[in-house]
Ligand binder design. Sequence first.
Ligand code: NAD
Length: 434
Amino acid sequence: MKISVIGSGYVGLVSGACFTEFGHSVICADLDQSKIDALNSGRIPIYEPGLEQIVKRNSASGTLSFTTDVEQAVRDTDVVFIAVGTPSRRGDGHADLSYVYAASKSIATAMQGYTVVVTKSTVPVGTGDEVERIIRDTNPDADFSVVSNPEFLREGAAIEDFKRPDRIVVGVEDRRAQAVMEEVYRPLFLNQSPLLFVNRRTSELIKYAANGFLAMKITFINEMADLCEAVGANVQDVARGIGLDKRIGPKFLNAGPGYGGSCFPKDTLALAKTAQDYEHPVRLIETTIAINDNRKRAMARRVISACGGDVRGKKVAILGLTFKPNTDDMRDAPSISIIQALQDGGAIINAFDPEGTEEARKILHDVSYFSNAYEAARGADALVIVTEWDTFRALDLGRMKEELNSPVLVDMRNIYRRDDVEQAGFAYHCIGRA
Ligand code: NAD
C-alpha cells in the first residue's frame, strides 16, 4: 500500500519507518525543513534506539522518503496518517488541535481517489468528526473515510512497541475503511497482535483512558512511597507484593519523582478538560494531576533537606534530565521543575544526561552541562539521580566520593541499595524506603 505520514516526529517517523518494514511504501512529510533535510541526508533528528538502521535501510531501498511538501506526500496515497503534535493549549489545558486541523486542510486539498485519513495523534473525543467536516468543507467532492488509530508506543522502546504491540486500536465508522486498515496492519495481525475495531469516539477515548490509568498507577505508588516513609515500610516490596497480583500487574509501580514526558501530563489534562466539558468530571484524574504537580517541587525540597535545609550557594549535581532513559525528549521532564525549584532556593546546578543535553539547553538555563557523571559531580554538595539511565546504575562510588564536596546521594529512582551506598561512605536518601 502507499502510505503518507504527516508529521515526522517521534510517532510519525517511527510509524513511517515501521510501515515500510511491513512492506508498504511510505512518504513522511513535515513542515520543519531542518528535520527533513536531516532525514534526507541520512541523519535522524531524534534519539530512538534502532530507528537509524530502519530509516537508512528503507530510504536506500526507495520505500521510505521524506518531504516538506505535505500535499505532494498525500497525492496518490491510499492512507494518510496524521501524526502531528497535540500539545496542551496555552491557558486552558485543552489539547491544541490547530496542527491536526491544518494538516486536515492540506490533506483535503491534495487527496485523489478514495483515501483513508487516520488520526494517529492523540486527539480528544469528537476530533475525528471535526476532521471529517474540515475535509468535506474544503473538498466537497473528496471520496474518503476518517479513522482513529491512536499510538501506544513508548519512547526508548518505540520500534519494539510498534512492531509487537499489546494491541492495535482502530476506530472506524464504515466497512470500507476497516478493510483498508486490516490491510495496513496485516503483518501484525498475522503475528497475532490483537486488532481491536471499535467506533471512532471509543477509539479516541481508549487512548486517554490508557494514559490516564497509567498516570494514576504511578501516582498511586508515589503516594504509597510517602506513606512507607512515614510508617517504616519499603515501597519496592509493597510494589512487588501487589504487582504479583495479576489483577494489578507489576508495571508502572516504580516510585519516583512523578510522571513527566510528552504524553501523560498533557493527556491527563486534556482528559480532565473533556470530561468537564461533558459535565462528567473525572475526579481521579484531576486529583492525579494535582498530586503529580506538587510532587516535583516536593522532590526539590528533599534535596534541600538532604543538603542540611539550605542550598543557597551550594552546588547540586543532577544525573539524568530526560523524562525517562533512552530518549532525548525533555518535554515536561520532572528534572525541569526540580532544577528550577533548586535554583529558586539559590543552588548552583551541574548536570549530565547521556542524550538529552541538547534539548535540555533549550529549556534549562544557568545550568553547567558536563559530558560524564564524575565531571558533573566535581565539587558538588549533593549528587541527585533524577533519571535512571543504565549508565548511572553502576557508578564507581569510591571515585564519586572523591569528586564530591560532600558525599550525599539522593536517589529518586531507587536504583541503589542503601547498604552499598552507606558502606561507600555516603549519606543516602531514596524514595519510600525508610
Ligand atoms: P513531535 O512534536 O515529535 O512531532 C510532531 C511533528 O509534526 C513535528 O515535527 C512538527 O514539525 C510536525 N508538524 C506539525 N504540524 C504539521 C503539519 N501541518 N504538517 C506537517 N508536519 C507538521 O510529536 P510526537 O511526540 O511525535 O507526537 C505526535 C502525536 O502522537 C501527539 O498527539 C502525541 O500525543 C502522540 N503520541 C506521542 C507518543 C510519544 O511517545 N511521543 C506516543 C503516543 C502518542
